[in-house]
Design a protein around this ligand. Structure first.
Ligand code: 4AD
Ligand code: MG
Length: 473
């Protein structure tokens, strides 16, 4: 780096464009050139971005600069530069200020710009997934990253402001929390020489933990233990499911935030989920309006209005039984037939919130037979105190329930479902030692980000997606 820039303050593009920087101040910016235009009059206009803000800063480089013909004219998209220059009022419509360069140092050129994988032209999301290490250099993915960051920050902030403790539940576990059998195995056994027991089965006593172990599908069960002493807790981290569903809504590795509250029922739970999501929506509107405007224009028309509604309007609520009734009377031919007792599929969920309520919708009281063992049985003996939150364009974004806090009822349910009560003795213990009604839910982070941004496939809202057959980068 040249000597003379040492004492010049460096600003991020966001600082330059969103705070009142003095006109005529000499500043330094460091970033990548998104776009360049050379005028016949010997002036080049560089749009420089550093990822901090949706809008790039315009740098004006004149042919009086010593490296104008040797370097500046050769700059192509995504060359890295350090610019020192003077802040001036911009004559352009879209920006308040620009920089008249004193120096433009090219730090790294882009080799073979003609074959550069993320060149200037618009690329499809499918293509961008094939260049996962470079796709964040597009407006689409960098905007997603900024929004995703805000969503996570807002979740932590909301929960912290409301007295929740963040509990770091384990990622490696011996328990299938959801009982759906979709776990990835964790082992240190030599797969070519598996130890066998007398019955000829794999001897997991010889495995690292002395028993079968897996990547967790949910931190909930561990979280409940902490809830029943700390009252308001949450876990937020990666979760793993070996679901073979090749859809726009499923990942093998996804992030989930799971709050859990003591002395609470399903309605307290639903109110918390709604308030939290509203808070997130408000913060995204506040911090990422430029990104959302971009999504609204180029990705999904109407997503800005949808987000404004999410930040202000009440969610709809109906019972599963009402939902089935509405679906039966919808006059729509669904691929999956509707009857009481079915698990709602995404087409049903989407019809309910897109055509029937036309808003974010909480469905409660599902049949016990399609839900997890830990959900609290309702007095009707048929349904459980469960909730899913359905979002237009996606379907389920949240799943939760009141927990079965009654020891006998929980034990009975586990037996009905052929689950080992021995293995989960510790979970049952919680019902013996000062049990209280409690409830919680999980928000799929990628589904929420997909809803907020209108980016349809959740593979495009996580930095490096992992799904069946997909583990590049
Ligand atoms: O409905 P789920 O399975 O609920 C639980 O895991 C509970 N233990 C949560 C709780 O009560 N604490 O998953 C919760 C949410 C879903 O609503 C969905 O948004 C998301 O996690 N999700 C997935 N997201 C991406 N890919 C997958 N394969 C997902 N599976 C669930
Ligand atoms: Mg669910």
């Amino acid at each position: 780096m040249k000597e003379n820039i040492k004492n010049i303050p460096t600003y991020s593009v966001k600082q330059l464009l969103t705070t009142n920087i003095e006109i005529d101040k000499v500043v330094c910016i460091k970033g990548w050139v998104r776009n360049k235009r050379d005028s016949k009059a010997g002036i080049s206009f560089l749009s420089v971005t550093d990822g901090s803000y949706f809008i790039p800063i315009q740098v004006v480089a004149e042919n009086t600069l010593s490296n104008y013909t040797t370097e500046i004219l050769s700059i192509t998209k995504d060359c890295s530069v350090v610019v020192v220059g003077r802040v001036v009022k911009s004559l352009g419509k879209n920006q308040s200020i620009e920089i008249i360069a004193n120096t433009v140092d090219v730090i790294g050129f882009v080799e073979n710009p003609d074959t550069y994988p993320v060149s200037q032209k618009r690329h499809t999301v499918e293509y961008l997934r094939e260049v996962g290490h470079l796709r964040v250099r597009t407006n689409l993915i960098s905007s997603v990253v900024r929004v995703r960051n805000t969503v996570c920050f807002a979740i932590h902030e909301y929960l912290n402001n409301n007295g929740f403790y963040w509990i770091h539940t384990p990622i490696i576990t011996a328990t299938d929390a959801e009982g759906a059998g979709e776990m990835f195995r964790v082992t240190s056994l030599d797969l070519n020489h598996l130890p066998k027991n007398q019955e000829g089965q794999i001897n997991f006593k010889k495995d690292f933990f002395g028993k079968e172990s897996f990547l967790t599908v949910s931190g909930q069960l561990n979280l409940e233990a902490y809830c029943l002493a700390m009252s308001k807790v949450y876990t937020f981290g990666p979760t793993f499911r070996a679901e073979n569903s090749n859809t726009t809504r499923h990942l093998a590795e996804f992030w989930m935030v799971e709050p859990e509250i003591a002395f609470a029922n399903l309605m307290d739970n639903a109110a918390l989920a709604e308030d939290l999501i509203r808070y997130v929506a408000k913060m995204v509107l506040d911090k990422n309006l430029e990104d959302i405007k971009f999504f609204d224009e180029f990705v999904s028309n109407g997503v800005l209005l949808r987000l404004e509604n999410l930040a202000t309007q009440k969610f709809a609520m109906l019972t599963y039984t009402e939902a089935i009734d509405k679906l039966l009377h919808s006059n729509k031919q669904f691929a999956n037939p509707v009857s009481w007792g079915i698990d709602l599929s995404s087409e049903h969920e989407r019809w309910l919130c897109e055509e029937y309520t036309k808003t974010t919708t909480i469905v409660v009281d599902y049949p016990k037979d399609i839900k997890a063992f830990y959900m609290r049985l309702n007095d009707d003996g048929k349904t459980v105190s469960a909730m899913d939150i359905l979002a237009p364009g996606i379907g389920e974004i949240v799943g939760g329930s009141a927990r079965e806090e009654r020891y006998d009822m929980l034990l009975k349910r586990m037996h009905e479902m052929n689950m080992s009560s021995e293995h989960l003795y510790w979970y049952l213990d919680l019902r013996k030692f000062g049990s209280v009604p409690h409830a919680g839910f999980g928000i799929g982070l990628e589904r929420l980000v997909s809803y907020i941004t209108g980016v349809q496939n959740i593979r495009d809202v996580i930095p490096f997606p992992r799904a069946s057959g997909l583990i590049n980068f």
